[in-house]
Write a protein that binds this ligand. Sequence first.
Ligand SMILES: CC(C)(COP(=O)(O)OP(=O)(O)OC[C@H]1O[C@@H](n2cnc3c(N)ncnc32)[C@H](O)[C@@H]1OP(=O)(O)O)[C@@H](O)C(=O)NCCC(=O)NCCSC(=O)c1cc(O)c2ccccc2c1O
Length: 122
Amino acid sequence: MDNDVYGHVNNVVYYSWFDTAVNATLIEHGVLDPERSEVIGLVVHTQCHYFAPLAFPQTVQAGVRVAHLGRSSVRYEVGIFADGAERTAAHGHFVHVYVDRTTRRPVTALPAALHTLLESWR
Ligand SMILES: CC(C)(COP(=O)(O)OP(=O)(O)OC[C@H]1O[C@@H](n2cnc3c(N)ncnc32)[C@H](O)[C@@H]1OP(=O)(O)O)[C@@H](O)C(=O)NCCC(=O)NCCSC(=O)c1cc(O)c2ccccc2c1O
C-alpha cells in the first residue's frame, strides 16, 4: 500500500494487514475457504495501537496469537513489525464470530479442525 498525504502508511491499512494475516493463515492450513466454507468469520470488534510509523517501501511481518477462544468467537491479537524489528510498530486485536454461511447466525461450536488450529495459536 502506498503512503498517504502524511508520508506514512495510513492507519486503516493496518486493519487490512490484521485481516490478511489471520485469514491467509487459516486458508493456508485448509480450515477456511472464504467462498465455500459452511462456517465463516465475521468481524465484530477491532482495535489498534500505533507506536512507530511505517512507510512504503518498507516491508512488514505480522505475528498472531489467539487470546480468547469462545463458543463461536475468537479474539486474535496481532503484532505488526517493520521487517527485522524486535519491537512492534503497532499491535491490536480483532474478534471473529463464526457464523453459518447461510443463516449468518453464530455457530454453537467451532468446526473441529478450526478449533484445533486456533488452540495451537494460544
Ligand atoms: C456476528 C453476528 C451475527 C453475531 O450476532 P450476535 O451479536 O447476536 O451474537 P451473540 O450475541 O449470540 O454473540 C455471539 C458471540 O459473539 C461474541 N460477541 C458478540 N459481539 C461481540 C463484540 N463486540 N466483541 C466481542 N465479542 C462479541 C459473544 O460474546 C459470543 O461469543 P461466544 O464465543 O460465547 O459464542 C452479528 O453481531 C453481526 O452480524 N455483526 C455484523 C458483522 C459484520 O458485518 N462485520 C463486518 C463485515 S465482515 C468482515 O469484515 C469480514 C471479515 C473477514 O475476516 C473476511 C475474510 C474474507 C472475506 C471477507 C471477510 C469479511 O467481509
